[in-house]
Design a protein around this ligand. Structure first.
Ligand code: ADP
Ligand code: VHF
Length: 362
């Protein structure tokens, strides 16, 4: 039976678009574009997250290894992205489809204004039937500013756009219950919130051109599925893979989606690394926040400000023992919050709509 997803994020990994000799595989790209065009014609919305800039760049220039590795990667990515997007544009144009280039950095997910600007841009592109093609802005994102890999980026885009599904194309059929090269290993077909132990099968081994490996893929997939989005990990090197996944005819690993969370909460769920302040709350506040009744965090439940923040910053809420309870957006600065600690009848420090609790994904 065909899966009834309306909005789909498709992530194409570096190795899917790269031949063994390191050159870009434009034939594979053409076949994927053909399938995406067919999916579009079914009235679905498709957003592509495509790697391949660095690999494309390497095919254009040979650079002596006396140059700095980080700068060389910037060089390859900047020339390669032009080639990559031009090729996509040419291939989609042949099928009467228009695509757009969207280059992002981690910072764009950290700042609520950048985040909303980006979201609005996706919205107008989708309303005009354009296929957004997203990649990390590798020219700016270097070293610690980088996403772990494009799987992390694809997970963030899927949550931001409230997608129904995220399909991750790699060079394996899915997550195996052992070494993927061992013929006795099999693909785990379904992973639900209650499936445990699957991470023990995953080694840190990566494909020739991969960055994060299966570990980031599965961590991200688990989190995204818990936010209500189905995630499939499938083999992008196989003929007709996208169509077959959607028709439930392909071997792949599917992370079953759980309950749904609101857009703001989805954004917050991915924001742990972007938190600026830390607020310690008492047992009563913890109980109120984690109870079934929607509650905002009031200053009366705050014990201490561990790290300062400004209005609008993401703050980490921790319990008396320092264990994280959740993440929220500060309604006012730490200076004001300090003055109100323990006081009754004060404005909430974090409104319920801007609060994401760890227990929501436990
Ligand atoms: N249990 C496992 N099942 C499948 N693949 C695994 C597993 N453990 C490690 N891997 C490795 O993860 C690789 C895919 O991740 P990665 O190299 O990041 O690819 P991509 O470039 O597509 O993001 C596979 O090629 C495989 O070597
Ligand atoms: N942004 C980079 C790819 C980064 C990356 O993480 O790739 P992948 O291993 O496919 O998730 C590029 O376009 O070359």
């Amino acid at each position: 039976m065909a899966l009834s997803y309306k909005r789909i994020i498709i992530k194409i990994g570096s190795n899917v678009l790269t031949k063994e000799n390191g050159l870009p595989d434009f034939e594979r790209m053409g076949h994927l574009v053909e399938q995406i065009s067919a999916i579009k014609k079914q009235g679905k919305e498709v957003i592509l997250v495509s790697s391949g800039a660095v690999a494309s760049g390497k095919s254009l220039l040979s650079v002596s290894d006396k140059f700095d590795a980080v700068a060389t990667r910037q060089l390859f990515a900047s020339i390669g992205q032009v080639k990559l997007i031009n090729k996509y544009s040419e291939l989609f144009e042949k099928r009467d489809l228009v695509c757009a280039q969207v280059l992002v950095t981690k910072e764009d997910f950290r700042d609520r204004l950048h985040y909303l600007n980006m979201k609005n841009c996706f919205s107008i592109l989708l309303q005009h039937n354009v296929i957004p093609i997203v990649n990390e802005n590798d020219v700016i994102s270097v070293t610690e500013l980088m996403f772990t890999d494009n799987d992390e980026l694809a997970g963030l885009i899927a949550s931001m756009l409230n997608a129904d599904a995220l399909i991750i194309l790699s060079n394996v059929d899915g997550i195996y219950n052992g070494d993927p090269k061992d013929t006795k290993s099999e693909v785990i077909r379904e992973i639900s919130a209650s499936t445990t132990g699957f991470s023990s099968f995953i080694s840190t081994q990566k494909s020739q051109f991969g960055r994060g490996g299966m570990v980031t893929k599965s961590n991200m997939a688990h989190k995204v599925a818990q936010l209500g989005i189905a995630v499939h990990i499938a083999n992008g090197k196989k003929t007709n893979i996208l169509i077959d996944v959607l028709n439930e005819k392909a071997i792949n690993t599917r992370f079953i989606p759980q309950k749904n969370a609101s857009g703001k909460k989805k954004w917050l769920a991915h924001s742990e690394n972007y938190a600026k302040g830390i607020v310690r709350i008492n047992e009563g506040a913890k109980l109120a926040l984690t109870s079934s009744k929607a509650s905002s965090l009031l200053p009366v439940g705050v014990i201490k400000i561990d790290e300062d923040f400004q209005k609008g910053d993401i703050i980490k809420l921790v319990d008396e023992k320092g264990k994280q309870v959740g993440l929220g957006i500060a309604e006012y600065s730490s200076d004001k919050a300090s003055e109100r600690i323990g006081q009754k009848k004060q404005k909430p420090l974090v409104h319920y709509d801007y609060l994401f609790l760890n227990s929501e994904i436990a």
